[in-house]
Design a protein. Structure first.
Length: 386
Protein backbone atom coordinates (compact mmCIF):
# COMPACT_ATOMS: atom_id res chain seq x y z
CA UNK A 1 0.00 0.00 0.00
CA UNK A 2 1.02 3.58 -0.59
CA UNK A 3 2.19 5.15 2.66
CA UNK A 4 0.30 8.32 3.50
CA UNK A 5 1.01 10.65 6.43
CA UNK A 6 -1.64 10.48 9.14
CA UNK A 7 -2.47 13.43 11.33
CA UNK A 8 -5.03 11.93 13.69
CA UNK A 9 -2.35 10.37 15.91
CA UNK A 10 0.23 12.46 17.77
CA UNK A 11 3.80 11.55 18.70
CA UNK A 12 2.67 9.89 21.91
CA UNK A 13 0.30 7.62 20.01
CA UNK A 14 3.04 6.61 17.59
CA UNK A 15 5.49 5.85 20.41
CA UNK A 16 2.79 3.67 21.93
CA UNK A 17 2.24 2.01 18.56
CA UNK A 18 5.87 0.91 18.43
CA UNK A 19 5.57 -0.63 21.90
CA UNK A 20 2.31 -2.38 20.97
CA UNK A 21 3.83 -3.73 17.77
CA UNK A 22 6.80 -5.17 19.68
CA UNK A 23 4.44 -6.85 22.14
CA UNK A 24 2.23 -8.23 19.38
CA UNK A 25 5.16 -9.66 17.45
CA UNK A 26 6.86 -11.17 20.51
CA UNK A 27 3.96 -12.33 22.69
CA UNK A 28 1.03 -12.93 20.35
CA UNK A 29 2.06 -13.79 16.78
CA UNK A 30 4.20 -16.87 17.60
CA UNK A 31 1.46 -18.45 19.71
CA UNK A 32 -1.65 -17.61 17.73
CA UNK A 33 -1.73 -20.87 15.72
CA UNK A 34 -1.76 -22.86 18.97
CA UNK A 35 -4.59 -20.71 20.29
CA UNK A 36 -6.53 -21.31 17.08
CA UNK A 37 -6.17 -25.05 17.60
CA UNK A 38 -7.26 -24.75 21.23
CA UNK A 39 -10.14 -22.38 20.47
CA UNK A 40 -9.14 -19.90 23.15
CA UNK A 41 -6.44 -17.43 24.20
CA UNK A 42 -4.99 -18.35 27.64
CA UNK A 43 -5.80 -16.03 30.48
CA UNK A 44 -2.15 -15.40 31.27
CA UNK A 45 -1.89 -13.59 27.93
CA UNK A 46 -4.35 -11.05 29.30
CA UNK A 47 -2.07 -10.49 32.30
CA UNK A 48 0.87 -9.85 29.97
CA UNK A 49 -1.24 -7.48 27.86
CA UNK A 50 -2.34 -5.63 30.98
CA UNK A 51 1.25 -5.26 32.19
CA UNK A 52 2.22 -3.92 28.75
CA UNK A 53 -0.58 -1.33 28.83
CA UNK A 54 -2.69 -2.77 26.00
CA UNK A 55 -5.91 -3.09 28.00
CA UNK A 56 -8.36 -0.28 28.75
CA UNK A 57 -5.92 2.33 27.49
CA UNK A 58 -8.27 5.28 28.06
CA UNK A 59 -9.24 4.44 31.65
CA UNK A 60 -8.16 7.18 34.12
CA UNK A 61 -5.18 6.49 36.36
CA UNK A 62 -7.45 6.76 39.42
CA UNK A 63 -8.96 3.43 38.38
CA UNK A 64 -5.76 1.65 37.40
CA UNK A 65 -5.61 2.74 33.77
CA UNK A 66 -2.93 4.51 31.79
CA UNK A 67 -4.97 7.68 31.40
CA UNK A 68 -4.76 7.64 27.62
CA UNK A 69 -7.49 8.33 25.10
CA UNK A 70 -9.42 6.56 22.36
CA UNK A 71 -6.46 7.03 20.03
CA UNK A 72 -4.43 4.61 22.14
CA UNK A 73 -7.27 2.08 22.00
CA UNK A 74 -7.42 2.53 18.22
CA UNK A 75 -3.69 1.84 17.98
CA UNK A 76 -4.19 -1.52 19.73
CA UNK A 77 -7.04 -2.37 17.34
CA UNK A 78 -4.91 -1.47 14.32
CA UNK A 79 -1.86 -3.44 15.41
CA UNK A 80 -3.88 -6.58 16.13
CA UNK A 81 -5.51 -6.25 12.70
CA UNK A 82 -2.20 -5.63 10.95
CA UNK A 83 -0.83 -8.86 12.44
CA UNK A 84 -3.95 -10.77 11.34
CA UNK A 85 -4.77 -11.69 14.96
CA UNK A 86 -8.45 -12.32 15.60
CA UNK A 87 -8.09 -14.30 18.84
CA UNK A 88 -7.39 -11.82 21.66
CA UNK A 89 -10.73 -10.26 22.63
CA UNK A 90 -9.15 -7.04 23.86
CA UNK A 91 -11.53 -4.81 21.89
CA UNK A 92 -14.69 -6.21 23.52
CA UNK A 93 -13.00 -5.94 26.90
CA UNK A 94 -11.63 -2.41 26.49
CA UNK A 95 -13.94 -0.62 24.05
CA UNK A 96 -17.20 -2.12 25.27
CA UNK A 97 -17.19 -3.52 28.82
CA UNK A 98 -14.78 -1.04 30.37
CA UNK A 99 -16.49 1.83 28.56
CA UNK A 100 -19.90 0.88 29.94
CA UNK A 101 -18.52 0.72 33.48
CA UNK A 102 -16.60 3.99 33.11
CA UNK A 103 -19.52 5.93 31.61
CA UNK A 104 -22.41 4.51 33.57
CA UNK A 105 -20.99 2.82 36.67
CA UNK A 106 -21.02 4.20 40.17
CA UNK A 107 -17.82 5.23 41.91
CA UNK A 108 -17.91 1.99 43.90
CA UNK A 109 -18.35 -0.09 40.73
CA UNK A 110 -15.47 1.64 38.98
CA UNK A 111 -13.11 1.06 41.89
CA UNK A 112 -14.26 -2.55 42.26
CA UNK A 113 -13.88 -3.67 38.66
CA UNK A 114 -11.76 -1.33 36.54
CA UNK A 115 -8.32 -1.91 38.14
CA UNK A 116 -8.62 -5.66 37.51
CA UNK A 117 -9.75 -5.03 33.94
CA UNK A 118 -6.75 -2.77 33.34
CA UNK A 119 -4.19 -5.27 34.62
CA UNK A 120 -5.85 -8.32 33.04
CA UNK A 121 -6.96 -10.05 36.21
CA UNK A 122 -10.59 -9.52 35.25
CA UNK A 123 -11.79 -10.23 31.70
CA UNK A 124 -15.02 -8.66 30.48
CA UNK A 125 -17.79 -9.70 28.09
CA UNK A 126 -21.10 -8.19 26.97
CA UNK A 127 -24.16 -10.46 26.75
CA UNK A 128 -26.87 -9.03 24.52
CA UNK A 129 -27.59 -11.56 21.77
CA UNK A 130 -30.04 -14.39 22.43
CA UNK A 131 -31.17 -17.35 20.30
CA UNK A 132 -34.29 -15.40 19.28
CA UNK A 133 -32.96 -11.84 19.55
CA UNK A 134 -29.95 -10.61 17.59
CA UNK A 135 -29.85 -7.08 16.24
CA UNK A 136 -33.34 -6.43 17.66
CA UNK A 137 -32.49 -5.95 21.33
CA UNK A 138 -36.08 -5.13 22.19
CA UNK A 139 -36.85 -8.81 21.67
CA UNK A 140 -34.63 -10.17 24.44
CA UNK A 141 -36.28 -12.59 26.87
CA UNK A 142 -33.73 -12.79 29.68
CA UNK A 143 -35.51 -11.60 32.84
CA UNK A 144 -34.16 -9.87 35.93
CA UNK A 145 -36.76 -9.91 38.71
CA UNK A 146 -36.17 -7.64 41.70
CA UNK A 147 -36.10 -9.45 45.04
CA UNK A 148 -35.17 -7.10 47.83
CA UNK A 149 -31.58 -5.98 47.37
CA UNK A 150 -30.99 -8.46 44.54
CA UNK A 151 -32.08 -9.34 41.03
CA UNK A 152 -32.82 -12.93 40.09
CA UNK A 153 -31.74 -13.40 36.47
CA UNK A 154 -33.08 -16.19 34.24
CA UNK A 155 -32.39 -16.66 30.54
CA UNK A 156 -29.90 -17.56 27.87
CA UNK A 157 -27.38 -15.67 25.74
CA UNK A 158 -25.45 -16.85 22.70
CA UNK A 159 -22.54 -15.85 20.42
CA UNK A 160 -20.87 -14.09 23.37
CA UNK A 161 -17.26 -13.05 22.70
CA UNK A 162 -14.90 -13.74 25.63
CA UNK A 163 -17.63 -15.98 27.02
CA UNK A 164 -15.30 -18.76 28.16
CA UNK A 165 -12.67 -16.46 29.67
CA UNK A 166 -14.87 -13.76 31.18
CA UNK A 167 -15.01 -12.95 34.87
CA UNK A 168 -17.53 -10.11 34.37
CA UNK A 169 -20.48 -10.16 31.97
CA UNK A 170 -22.46 -6.99 31.31
CA UNK A 171 -25.86 -8.60 30.83
CA UNK A 172 -28.86 -7.04 29.12
CA UNK A 173 -32.05 -8.20 30.83
CA UNK A 174 -35.71 -7.23 30.97
CA UNK A 175 -36.54 -5.69 34.33
CA UNK A 176 -39.97 -4.54 33.07
CA UNK A 177 -41.19 -6.78 30.23
CA UNK A 178 -44.20 -4.54 29.55
CA UNK A 179 -42.09 -1.44 28.90
CA UNK A 180 -40.40 -2.51 25.64
CA UNK A 181 -37.00 -0.88 25.15
CA UNK A 182 -37.50 1.10 28.36
CA UNK A 183 -37.73 -2.14 30.30
CA UNK A 184 -34.12 -3.22 29.65
CA UNK A 185 -31.41 -2.86 32.29
CA UNK A 186 -27.69 -3.64 32.27
CA UNK A 187 -26.47 -5.77 35.16
CA UNK A 188 -22.89 -6.91 35.72
CA UNK A 189 -22.84 -10.62 36.51
CA UNK A 190 -19.71 -12.05 38.06
CA UNK A 191 -19.23 -15.48 36.54
CA UNK A 192 -18.46 -17.11 39.91
CA UNK A 193 -22.08 -16.45 40.97
CA UNK A 194 -24.13 -19.63 41.60
CA UNK A 195 -26.54 -20.37 38.77
CA UNK A 196 -24.37 -18.84 36.08
CA UNK A 197 -23.21 -21.46 33.61
CA UNK A 198 -21.09 -21.37 30.48
CA UNK A 199 -22.18 -23.50 27.57
CA UNK A 200 -19.93 -24.85 24.87
CA UNK A 201 -17.22 -22.88 23.17
CA UNK A 202 -18.86 -22.40 19.78
CA UNK A 203 -17.21 -23.65 16.58
CA UNK A 204 -17.20 -20.78 14.10
CA UNK A 205 -16.48 -20.22 10.42
CA UNK A 206 -13.59 -17.90 11.32
CA UNK A 207 -11.79 -16.38 14.31
CA UNK A 208 -11.12 -19.82 15.83
CA UNK A 209 -8.92 -18.51 18.67
CA UNK A 210 -11.63 -16.11 19.88
CA UNK A 211 -13.69 -17.91 22.54
CA UNK A 212 -17.37 -17.47 21.77
CA UNK A 213 -19.99 -19.02 24.01
CA UNK A 214 -23.49 -19.76 25.04
CA UNK A 215 -24.26 -18.46 28.52
CA UNK A 216 -27.02 -19.68 30.84
CA UNK A 217 -28.59 -17.87 33.77
CA UNK A 218 -30.44 -20.30 36.05
CA UNK A 219 -32.00 -17.98 38.65
CA UNK A 220 -28.70 -16.18 39.17
CA UNK A 221 -28.98 -14.01 42.27
CA UNK A 222 -27.06 -10.76 41.71
CA UNK A 223 -26.86 -7.73 44.04
CA UNK A 224 -28.88 -4.77 42.81
CA UNK A 225 -25.67 -2.80 43.36
CA UNK A 226 -24.31 -4.52 40.23
CA UNK A 227 -26.80 -2.72 37.99
CA UNK A 228 -25.24 -0.03 35.79
CA UNK A 229 -27.13 3.24 35.95
CA UNK A 230 -30.86 3.48 36.50
CA UNK A 231 -33.28 0.62 36.05
CA UNK A 232 -34.78 0.61 32.57
CA UNK A 233 -32.00 2.74 31.05
CA UNK A 234 -30.07 -0.17 29.57
CA UNK A 235 -31.23 0.25 25.99
CA UNK A 236 -30.25 3.93 26.00
CA UNK A 237 -26.82 3.01 27.38
CA UNK A 238 -26.31 0.43 24.66
CA UNK A 239 -27.28 2.96 21.99
CA UNK A 240 -24.96 5.59 23.48
CA UNK A 241 -21.90 3.38 23.08
CA UNK A 242 -22.78 2.08 19.63
CA UNK A 243 -20.90 4.85 17.80
CA UNK A 244 -17.61 3.77 19.33
CA UNK A 245 -18.29 0.08 18.74
CA UNK A 246 -19.12 0.67 15.09
CA UNK A 247 -16.04 2.81 14.58
CA UNK A 248 -13.81 0.10 16.04
CA UNK A 249 -15.23 -2.36 13.50
CA UNK A 250 -14.56 0.13 10.71
CA UNK A 251 -10.99 0.76 11.84
CA UNK A 252 -10.24 -2.95 11.93
CA UNK A 253 -11.80 -3.45 8.50
CA UNK A 254 -9.74 -0.71 6.86
CA UNK A 255 -6.47 -2.00 8.36
CA UNK A 256 -7.17 -5.59 7.33
CA UNK A 257 -7.87 -4.38 3.79
CA UNK A 258 -4.58 -2.47 3.67
CA UNK A 259 -2.68 -5.45 5.04
CA UNK A 260 -4.19 -7.98 2.64
CA UNK A 261 -3.42 -5.77 -0.36
CA UNK A 262 0.20 -5.64 0.80
CA UNK A 263 0.38 -9.43 1.04
CA UNK A 264 -1.10 -9.75 -2.43
CA UNK A 265 1.33 -7.33 -4.03
CA UNK A 266 4.23 -9.30 -2.55
CA UNK A 267 2.82 -12.67 -3.59
CA UNK A 268 1.95 -11.71 -7.16
CA UNK A 269 5.43 -10.27 -7.73
CA UNK A 270 6.93 -13.70 -7.00
CA UNK A 271 4.34 -16.15 -8.34
CA UNK A 272 4.70 -16.98 -12.05
CA UNK A 273 2.26 -18.22 -14.70
CA UNK A 274 2.58 -18.42 -18.49
CA UNK A 275 6.16 -17.19 -18.39
CA UNK A 276 5.58 -14.05 -16.34
CA UNK A 277 4.69 -13.05 -12.81
CA UNK A 278 1.06 -12.69 -11.80
CA UNK A 279 1.82 -8.99 -11.21
CA UNK A 280 2.72 -8.60 -14.88
CA UNK A 281 -0.87 -9.21 -15.93
CA UNK A 282 -2.88 -6.05 -16.41
CA UNK A 283 -5.85 -7.61 -14.62
CA UNK A 284 -3.79 -8.01 -11.44
CA UNK A 285 -2.69 -4.38 -11.47
CA UNK A 286 -6.20 -3.14 -12.21
CA UNK A 287 -7.79 -5.21 -9.44
CA UNK A 288 -5.25 -4.08 -6.85
CA UNK A 289 -5.38 -0.46 -8.03
CA UNK A 290 -9.17 -0.41 -7.59
CA UNK A 291 -8.97 -1.99 -4.15
CA UNK A 292 -6.16 0.35 -3.08
CA UNK A 293 -8.22 3.40 -4.08
CA UNK A 294 -11.21 2.21 -2.05
CA UNK A 295 -9.00 1.38 0.91
CA UNK A 296 -7.43 4.85 0.81
CA UNK A 297 -10.96 6.27 1.02
CA UNK A 298 -11.70 3.98 3.98
CA UNK A 299 -8.59 5.20 5.76
CA UNK A 300 -9.52 8.85 5.21
CA UNK A 301 -13.02 8.14 6.54
CA UNK A 302 -11.94 6.26 9.65
CA UNK A 303 -9.21 8.77 10.51
CA UNK A 304 -11.78 11.58 10.38
CA UNK A 305 -14.12 9.65 12.65
CA UNK A 306 -11.32 8.78 15.07
CA UNK A 307 -10.74 12.54 15.38
CA UNK A 308 -14.46 13.06 16.06
CA UNK A 309 -14.44 10.32 18.70
CA UNK A 310 -11.43 11.95 20.35
CA UNK A 311 -13.36 15.24 20.36
CA UNK A 312 -16.46 13.55 21.79
CA UNK A 313 -18.62 14.47 18.78
CA UNK A 314 -18.87 11.18 16.86
CA UNK A 315 -22.37 10.61 15.50
CA UNK A 316 -23.68 6.98 15.61
CA UNK A 317 -25.15 7.21 12.11
CA UNK A 318 -21.84 8.43 10.68
CA UNK A 319 -20.15 5.60 12.54
CA UNK A 320 -22.71 3.26 11.02
CA UNK A 321 -21.78 4.51 7.55
CA UNK A 322 -18.12 3.79 8.26
CA UNK A 323 -18.93 0.36 9.67
CA UNK A 324 -21.03 -0.50 6.61
CA UNK A 325 -18.46 0.75 4.08
CA UNK A 326 -15.33 -0.61 5.74
CA UNK A 327 -16.63 -4.08 6.58
CA UNK A 328 -18.11 -4.49 3.08
CA UNK A 329 -14.74 -3.39 1.72
CA UNK A 330 -12.86 -5.80 3.99
CA UNK A 331 -14.92 -8.70 2.64
CA UNK A 332 -14.43 -7.53 -0.96
CA UNK A 333 -10.67 -7.16 -0.57
CA UNK A 334 -10.09 -10.57 1.01
CA UNK A 335 -12.27 -12.23 -1.63
CA UNK A 336 -10.69 -10.60 -4.68
CA UNK A 337 -7.16 -10.88 -3.33
CA UNK A 338 -7.63 -14.55 -2.47
CA UNK A 339 -8.46 -15.10 -6.16
CA UNK A 340 -5.03 -13.75 -7.08
CA UNK A 341 -3.40 -16.28 -4.75
CA UNK A 342 -5.01 -19.11 -6.73
CA UNK A 343 -5.09 -22.51 -5.07
CA UNK A 344 -2.68 -21.41 -2.34
CA UNK A 345 -5.26 -18.91 -1.16
CA UNK A 346 -7.68 -21.73 -0.38
CA UNK A 347 -5.31 -23.41 2.06
CA UNK A 348 -6.01 -22.56 5.70
CA UNK A 349 -2.31 -22.37 6.55
CA UNK A 350 -2.04 -19.21 4.47
CA UNK A 351 -2.82 -15.83 6.06
CA UNK A 352 -5.15 -14.83 3.21
CA UNK A 353 -7.40 -17.85 3.81
CA UNK A 354 -7.61 -17.04 7.52
CA UNK A 355 -8.35 -13.39 6.77
CA UNK A 356 -11.09 -14.50 4.35
CA UNK A 357 -12.78 -16.69 6.98
CA UNK A 358 -12.40 -14.08 9.73
CA UNK A 359 -13.83 -11.26 7.63
CA UNK A 360 -17.32 -12.64 7.09
CA UNK A 361 -18.57 -11.98 10.61
CA UNK A 362 -17.76 -8.26 10.41
CA UNK A 363 -20.86 -7.62 8.29
CA UNK A 364 -22.94 -9.17 11.10
CA UNK A 365 -21.26 -8.31 14.41
CA UNK A 366 -21.88 -4.94 16.00
CA UNK A 367 -25.06 -4.49 13.98
CA UNK A 368 -25.71 -6.28 10.70
CA UNK A 369 -25.09 -4.47 7.41
CA UNK A 370 -28.85 -4.36 6.82
CA UNK A 371 -29.34 -2.62 10.18
CA UNK A 372 -26.69 -0.05 9.24
CA UNK A 373 -28.53 0.63 5.98
CA UNK A 374 -31.80 1.03 7.82
CA UNK A 375 -30.50 3.60 10.32
CA UNK A 376 -28.69 5.51 7.56
CA UNK A 377 -31.84 5.50 5.44
CA UNK A 378 -33.96 6.75 8.33
CA UNK A 379 -31.56 9.65 8.90
CA UNK A 380 -31.62 10.55 5.20
CA UNK A 381 -35.41 10.74 5.09
CA UNK A 382 -35.66 12.47 8.47
CA UNK A 383 -33.23 15.17 7.26
CA UNK A 384 -35.13 15.53 3.98
CA UNK A 385 -38.37 16.17 5.87
CA UNK A 386 -37.02 19.12 7.85
Amino acid sequence: MLERPRTVFDEGHELFRRAVRRFVEAELVPHHPAWEAAGIVPRDVWLKAGAAGLLCCDIPTDYGGAGGDFGHCAVVTEELARANLSGPGFVVHSDMVATYITRFGSEEQKRRWLPGMCDGNLIGAVAMTEPDAGSDLKGIRTRAVRDGDHYVISGQKTYISNGQNAHLVVTAAKTDPAAGARGISLIVVETSTPGFRRGRNLHKLGMPAADTSELFYDEVRVPAANRLGEEGHGFAMLMTNLARERLVQAVRGSVVAETVIGWTVSYTRERKAFGQTIADFQNTRFVLAELAAKTAAARALTDRLIALQLAGTLDPVEAGMAKLFCTDLQCEVVDRCLQLFGGAGYMMETPIAKAYADARVTRIAGGAAEVMKEIIGRRLFADAGR
